[in-house]
Design a binder for this molecule. Structure first.
Ligand code: ATP
Ligand code: MG
Length: 414
C-alpha cells in the first residue's frame, strides 16, 4: 500500500504518492492532475471531476467549500459568509448536534420536498473527498497489479491543512476521514510546510544550503480562496519556518466575483427593465457568469494581452450577452485586491527580522500567482522592501504551482 500526500484545496485537490523513484502526482481517470473539490449526491455519489458534469442541474445536492465549512457551527457567521460566495447554493441544514451539514435527498420523487432527506455532516463530505483522492492511487495500482481497489487504498496519509485552521477544523477533518471508514494513519501538515519541503529536499540534495548561514526563502501561495506567506530558513538537513502570515480571504475566487459583479451590472444596464429579476439571484446565471469570469481572468493573465472577449448565450431570459473586458479595466478593478498582498509580506519579514535584500528567493505557488497583475504587484513591493533591482529576479517559480503542496506532503510521509 502506498504512502500519499493529499492537498485538499478549495477548488482543486491533488494527490501525490511516494515511491522508489521519488514522488509522483497521480493522474485521475481522465488523466488530469487537478480534481475539483466537489461531492455530488445524486442516485449515486459523485466525487471530484465526476461531480462537475451534474453540478449545474443537481446543484442543491452538490457540495463545494468543504475545506472552509468543516468544523464550523451551522450558524457561524463565517459559514454564512462562505455560503454567500458559493457558485451554487447547496441544501445546507443543521445536524442534530448543531454541526454544519448537507441535507441529502434520499428519494428521486420530484414531489418530495427537502424534508425527505438524510443529513450528512460536512466533515464526512470532506472525508469522502479525501477518500476519493486515495481511490485515484488505489485504482492505478489495482490496474497495474490486477488486484482490487480496496486492497490498494493508501495506509499512510499526509493531509495538508491551511495555516488558518482552528483546532476544531483540524479535528473535523480527521473525524470526517474516520466517518467514511478511511483506514491507516492520517497526519496533518501545514500547506506552507509542505511547499517548503518540496523546495528544500532537492536543493538540499544538491548541497545548495550552507552550514554557516541560513538560506532564507519567502513562499507565497495564492490559491482559489486564501493567500499565505511564509518565511523559511534552510540549513543543510534542516528547515525552520520563521513566520507564517497571510490573508485567509484573498484568492482567485475574489477576482472571479469582481468580474461577475461587473458583468452583471453591464448586463442589467443593457437590458434594464426587460429583465425579470436580478441576474445574481439566478443560480444558473451566476454559474455561467462565474465560469465566464474565470475564463476571462485566465485570458488576461499573461503579459501583453490587451483584452478578453466574453460571449454568453442565453444568459438569462433567453438574452445573449457579449462584452469585452480590457486589461486596463480589469487591473483597475483588481486594485483593492492587489492592495492586500503587501501587508502579510511586510509582517512576515518583520517577524523574521529580515528585509527583502536578505532573501535568497521568493517562491510563488498556487494557481492565482499566475495572474499578471499579482506578479507585478509582488515585484513592486519587494523592490520597495529593500530588494531593489534584484526584485524581478527574486520572484521565482522553481516549484510547480499546482502540485507543490501535494508533492511536499508525500515527501513528508515518505
Ligand atoms: P486554496 O489554496 O485557497 O484552498 P486551491 O488550492 O484549490 O485553493 P489552486 O488550485 O492553487 O487553488 O488555484 C486555483 C485558482 O487559481 C483558481 O481561482 C483559478 O481560477 C486560478 N488560476 C489558475 N490558473 C490561472 C491563470 N492562468 N490565471 C489566473 N488565475 C488562474
Ligand atoms: Mg491551495
Amino acid at each position: 500500500s502506498s504512502v500519499v500526500g493529499v492537498d485538499l484545496g478549495y477548488q482543486n485537490s491533488v494527490i501525490a504518492a511516494a515511491g522508489r523513484g521519488g514522488v509522483d502526482v497521480i493522474l485521475n481517470g481522465n488523466s488530469n492532475r487537478l480534481n475539483p473539490s466537489m461531492v455530488g449526491f445524486d442516485e449515486s455519489r459523485k466525487m471530484g471531476e465526476l461531480a462537475t458534469s451534474g453540478a449545474s442541474s443537481n446543484y442543491k445536492y452538490t457540495v463545494t467549500a468543504m475545506k472552509r465549512l468543516i468544523g464550523l457551527a451551522f450558524d457561524d457567521p463565517v459559514a454564512t459568509l462562505e455560503m454567500q460566495r458559493l457558485p451554487l447554493q447547496f441544501c445546507r441544514v443543521p445536524h442534530a448536534d448543531g454541526v454544519d451539514s448537507i441535507g441529502v435527498q434520499t428519494s428521486k420523487d420530484p414531489d418530495a420536498n427537502d424534508s425527505a432527506t438524510t443529513v450528512v455532516p460536512m466533515e464526512a463530505v470532506a472525508g469522502m473527498m479525501v477518500r476519493h483522492m486515495g481511490t485515484i492511487v488505489a485504482q492505478k495500482i489495482a490496474q497495474e497489479t490486477n488486484t482490487s481497489v480496496e486492497a490498494n487504498m493508501p495506509q499512510d496519509w499526509v493531509l495538508t491543512i491551511p495555516s488558518y485552521y482552528t483546532d476544531a477544523q483540524r479535528r473535523a477533518l480527521l473525524a470526517g476521514c474516520a466517518m467514511v471508514g478511511l483506514t491507516g494513519v492520517q497526519r496533518l501538515l501545514h500547506e506552507t510546510t509542505a511547499t517548503a519541503l518540496a523546495y528544500g529536499i532537492f536543493k538540499d540534495l544538491k548541497k545548495e544550503f550552507q552550514a554557516d548561514q541560513p538560506t532564507h526563502v519567502l513562499f507565497l501561495d495564492m490559491g482559489a480562496s486564501a493567500y499565505t506567506v511564509s518565511l523559511v530558513a534552510f540549513e543543510p538537513g534542516k528547515l525552520i519556518v520563521k513566520s507564517t502570515t497571510g490573508d485567509a480571504n484573498l484568492g482567485g475566487r475574489d477576482f472571479d466575483w469582481m468580474i461577475v459583479t461587473w458583468m452583471a451590472n453591464k448586463f442589467a444596464e443593457k437590458f434594464g427593465a426587460k429583465l425579470s429579476g436580478n441576474p445574481l439571484d439566478r443560480p444558473k446565471t451566476v454559474l455561467k457568469l462565474l465560469a465566464a469570469a474565470e475564463k476571462a481572468k485566465k485570458t488576461l493573465s499573461p503579459q501583453g494581452v490587451k483584452e478578453a472577449r466574453i460571449n454568453l448565450e442565453m444568459l438569462m431570459d433567453d438574452l445573449d450577452f457579449s462584452i469585452t473586458l480590457t486589461a486596463a479595466e480589469y487591473e483597475q478593478m483588481c486594485e483593492p485586491l492587489l492592495a492586500r498582498l503587501e501587508a502579510p509580506i511586510v509582517q512576515a519579514l518583520a517577524e523574521g527580522k529580515l528585509t527583502a535584500a536578505d532573501l535568497h528567493s521568493v517562491e510563488i505557488v498556487g494557481g492565482s500567482t499566475r495572474i499578471g497583475c499579482v506578479k507585478r504587484a509582488l515585484t513592486g513591493f519587494l523592490t520597495n522592501s529593500g530588494a531593489g533591482a534584484a526584485a524581478t529576479e527574486l520572484l521565482s517559480t522553481t516549484l510547480n504551482a499546482d502540485e507543490a503542496v501535494a508533492r511536499g506532503a508525500a515527501l513528508q510521509s515518505a
